[in-house]
Ligand binder design. Structure first.
Ligand code: PLP
Length: 370
């Protein structure tokens, strides 16, 4: 009791939740409104239309109160039936998750895995589609947050479209930060979530749904209730959601989109490209090695190899406790192999300088000389 807790500014450099600008945080504290009243109706209509611009799509967009994984589940259960054959392309933990969701709901999942740190090979995907009969959908991750790799989704979708399969894409940590023109690339269901590139707290997930996905939806028999896209659309027509939405996160999202509008999508994408390159160059200058294949390194998250002799848990602890820099470890089997730096949403080179400067102090203390 009575102890003075010193509050240092935290440099939150994980790939979500990402830092939220003050004016967006402030919007979260507004009084509640009736989620079935005119003010909410206006807000959801506006937010839905604005999101379409950032998704570069004319497809329908539904906003779900959920984590990103909820939207991944929604993408699967709204378009598929038990027994449907799907090709799940995985380059890491989130690709595996997409495959698992489809398996849980009874899809016949054909897997195509690539080694961690590598991107999926579009040609290999084409070959798999050509040699496996009856594949109805392709599940693919755009930006694999667990390894810091961005798939060439344009090339992958070009191949997949030749086989007329539905393309369900997890773009949770990319869209709004890395270019992903949904219509041009023919993505049937694209999912994302508020706490990644959008500078908004967790709580909302969004999905775009193409006419082809709606066709599939009409005959899709996987069980669904909360995630039903038809329910979401019929309520959206009245300016509502079927279930009580995360109203405060809607307030925040409206505010964040004002900033994003002002900066403009092209500038936002360019900034992430710049900051991504800056991060990788800075890491290399410290004598550290990057985990991801350089040609496919992500502009929203950088995976760094933990140098020999350094314990990653201790490294992250010192960064956090002594420098206020919060980084992510590796997931599952990559726990002691990599650490990850998030640079999506509200981020500039100055935030990365904070990370690099702290690493410069901590690494030699841990015996790494570069
Ligand atoms: C963060 C993330 C998810 C999971 O999102 P949750 O909101 O934690 O459910 C899925 N896929 C990718 C690529 C992600 O970055």
């Amino acid at each position: 009791m009575g102890a003075v807790v010193e509050k240092k500014a935290i440099n939150l450099r994980i790939p979500g939740p990402t830092p939220v600008p003050p004016h967006v945080l402030e919007a979260m504290s507004r009084p509640m409104i009736n989620h079935r009243g005119p003010q909410f109706a206006q807000m959801i209509a506006e937010l839905t239309e604005k999101l379409k611009e950032f998704f570069q799509t004319k497809n329908d967009v539904v906003i779900l109160t959920a984590a990103g994984t909820g939207a991944m589940e929604a993408a699967v259960v709204n378009t598929l039936s038990p027994g449907d054959k799907v090709l799940a392309v995985s380059i890491g933990a989130f690709g595996d998750r997409f495959a698992e969701i489809a398996e849980v709901f009874g899809a016949d999942v054909v897997r195509l895995d690539f080694p961690p740190g590598q991107a999926a090979d579009p040609e290999a995907i084409g070959e798999k589609l050509a040699t496996t009969s009856g594949i109805k959908a392709l599940l693919v991750t755009h930006n694999e947050t667990s390894t810091g790799v961005t798939n060439d989704l344009a090339a992958i979708s070009r191949v997949a479209r030749q086989f007329n399969v539905l393309i369900l894409a997890d773009a949770i940590s990319s869209i709004g930060a890395i270019d992903l023109p949904v219509d041009e690339w023919g993505i049937d269901v694209m999912v994302t979530a508020s706490q990644k590139g959008w500078m908004v707290p967790p709580g909302l997930a969004m999905a775009s749904v193409s006419p082809k996905a709606w066709e599939a939806h009409r005959v899709a028999k996987m069980p669904r209730y909360y995630w039903d896209f038809s329910k979401a659309m019929s309520y959206l027509a009245r300016g509502q959601t079927p279930w009580t939405p995360a109203v405060s996160v809607f307030f925040a999202f409206m505010e964040a989109l004002k900033s994003m509008n002002k900066e403009g999508l092209a500038n936002i994408i360019a900034r992430h490209k710049r900051v991504g390159q800056y991060t990788r160059a800075g890491i290399r200058a410290l004598g550290l090695e990057l985990f991801a294949d350089e040609k496919h390194a992500s502009d929203t998250v950088t995976a760094v190899k933990v140098p020999p002799g350094v314990a990653s848990k201790e490294l992250l602890k010192r960064m956090r406790e002594e420098h206020g820099v919060v980084l992510s470890g590796g997931q599952l089997q990559l726990a002691n192999v990599i650490f990850r730096i998030g640079h999506l949403g509200h981020v500039t080179e100055a935030d990365i300088d904070g990370v690099l400067n702290a690493l410069k102090v901590v690494l030699p203390q841990m015996g790494f000389q570069g």
